[in-house]
Design a protein around this ligand. Sequence first.
Ligand SMILES: *Cc1c(COP(=O)(O)O)cnc(C)c1O
Length: 430
Amino acid sequence: MLKENVYANIGICDEVFDFGERILKSLEERFKNIDETAEVNQIKVISAMQKNRVDAACFNESTGYGYDDVGRDTLERVYADCFNCEDALVRPQITCGTHALALALSANLRPGDELLSPVGRPYDTLEGVIGIRPTVGSLAEYGVTYRQVDLLPDGGFDWEGIKNAINEKTRVVTIQRSKGYQTRKTFSVEEIAEIISFVKKIKPEVICMVDNCYGEFVERVEPSDFGADMIVGSLIKNLGGGLAPSGGYICGTCECVERCGYRLTAPGLGKEVGTNMGMMRQFYQGLFMAPTVVAGALKGAIFAANIYERLGFRVVPNGCESRHDIIQAVEFGTAEGLRAFCEGIQAAAPVDSYVTPVPGDMPGYDSQVIMAAGAFVQGSSIELSADGPLREPYAAYFQGGITWYHAKLGILKSVQSLVDKGIVSVDVMK
Ligand SMILES: *Cc1c(COP(=O)(O)O)cnc(C)c1O
């Protein structure tokens, strides 16, 4: 069967298909570079697995307390080596990225300490964790204060402001790599390295934590290669490779990770307990797949940026910028545009393709959010998904795609949805 025929059968008109193929032609060089990054990271993962003698016994299920859980302990060694860290906590009991971040923060901050964000407002759900938005159980309730230094109007770091914000109470500095639901740019590992070294020069004992969500394996290095004391993220994003059914990770120094262990389970018990819930094979295999999965997602993001830029929408990052996470923002300016885009992404899904996404309230978010996802793992955003808060500038945040071909279909479907609703005309694709 001809390629254009399968696309026609799934509802992509000739104009949209041809437009996509033309855009793709211009991206060959960039895609090659992405494949090379995946290659480097693939070898990194395999090396860490070989070094730690991963074998079939690592995939066995443990029960109860999970004492002497070889699979769990070996996986944590693999993560630590892969990310150039002393230790790691990689657990199915960490329920999501927010949980991993809340764990890392609450484990390493004490009453009277101050948390500093030198990169502006953190991710929406972290506002509740920190207590920026009054929330039961927040760090603020435990007497941890928070200080924030906003980015400069041009998006750069406010070095003077950061210097002035560091005081005798500053204990943890939190640096969010990805833009999250903002339209600022995502920081490169190099930029994060600059902040870390700047902060440590002023106060060497400060703990630098990087919210690494969506950034893993996008580059050939990670913030932990440049002095981050903890890198933190979710396994239903990049590192789970689409296979992990749940979980989160914290990689870092022995001291920081030990405190996280005591906080996750109980003081005195720490990392020694915690059954692996039978998820070890997926965790290992997910990490093994992650470099190529991230590469597919990156190609999708770049393809989307170039498509929507050509259609006249503002896209962040733009079509030719370098990439530091897998998220692509497209600003539609209207609720209709945002909804049409999400409907197209949904219609491309292997699961739940027949449903229509509608905006709704989400725990931890202060405006309504629309989400498109037809995922094998609920809420997994390494799988093709799009979401966006129903507020100006009505930006869709698009991410994932376990395979590049699915990401490509999703983007073509989204364009088709905008065409079908009269929001975009095929004439501009000529
Ligand atoms: C996804 C994300 C989080 C929170 O992760 P959840 O798994 O949704 O709780 C935190 N920070 C950033 C930058 C993220 O992208």
